[in-house]
Design a protein around this ligand. Sequence first.
Ligand code: ASP
Ligand code: MG
Length: 455
Amino acid sequence: MKVLKFGGSSLKDGTSMISVGKIIASDQEEKVVVVSAIQGITDSLLKFMSAGRNEEEVQQFIKDLRDRHLRILTEVANSMDVKQTAVSLLTAQLVRLERILYGIIYLEELTPRTKDLVQSFGERMSVIVMAAMLQEMGVNAMPVEADELGIVTDGNYGSATVEMEATRNNVAPRIYEMFKRQEVPVVTGFFGKTREGHITLLGRNGTDYSASVIANAIDADSLEIWKDVDGFMSADPKVVPTAVPISQLSYEEAAELSYFGAKVLHPRTVEPARAKSITIKVKNVFKPDYEGTAINPKGVEGRKTIKSISSMPNMAMLKVYGSGLGSKSGVMSEISVLLSEAGINIYSAATSQTCLSLLIEEKELKHAEKALSDAKRGVVDRFETVRDVALLCLVGEGLGQKVGIAGRVFAIVAKTGTNIGLISAGASTVALTFTVKRKDLEVTTKTIHQEFFGG
Ligand code: ASP
Ligand code: MG
């Protein structure tokens, strides 16, 4: 029993869809397929909503969506009955979407709830095309919507968390029932539904997370994340052309790399799979025989000092000053509560007697300043901001125990004349993170890669 996930970049046209179909059709195991929207569709839904629109534009927009999906459908399905069923299912989705878009225009109101609902339509349409193609290939595929299946989330619009137990109780019996009927469920990624019945998104690229949740719910033996790259690499190949693929990672290594900028997996993908010790395989749709990266407890073996370097180029430092800040209890928690209520992630933190330095994404800076202006007087006197910061993350199981690795890293970085800012070494035993000025990110990454990988 396995779960296979396919992202938008593998679903851009008929040809890439057929490569996906062949992978699914040639696999005899019981399986669930989880898919993203067709490439570019989520962005176009978002873009359409973010500008003021009039009624005429809705019709054109719906027509374009219809044309794009029908064009792909025609490339992947020939038989009349398969095509007709798919067209009527697509039409029903488009009618519903059209009404919602008119609603937004008439009410002149766009709430986070409606924004999430609208974006869920990309996946609601892609599963129809995907299931039709698989039926054409002789697979007994059925499109399934995540809200119908029972993926339960909290109410954090735009970036919700799945409530795993409630989800498992809903999803497992339904999927097993489908397996009994020899059906292959093709499930929408990216969203779930709150207990109150509202659609919530799991964050951009959240389909990886959806797939991991389903794997957990049904106790799958493995989770395959199919992409258009070879898996995790020792560094971003755009920065370091000699970067090499990584065949094994531990759950923790993969989680840290994903959190700190490697764009291979949605950062929350690891957790549900890890909870059930399910192996995650990251594979390339266009090279299906290539092994890719396996993420499992065994990833600990082959212990290299550093396995991979990831980075987040667009960070900023928020320095919060207050007298005696370091010795007052509760200051750190007050500040982090204010930031988390504003939905702002803190990536690293360091404190001294008078200053608390917090690393956040640069785009959140204004928002963070506003949130902290509510902090109690006497706690925060003033704050300063430092822009153009980049975060590097070095990952390797055992990095925490080996004496001297951090020293070796900092010594070679110093040779390039780069100044190191905030360092965090103890938070995870597999990750070492530090900041540099954005302009120094490239040379720092290259230098470290050269030192540890020789290229
Ligand atoms: N379609 C959504 C996005 O573009 C979810 C996903 O691709 O996983 O973010
Ligand atoms: Mg995507």
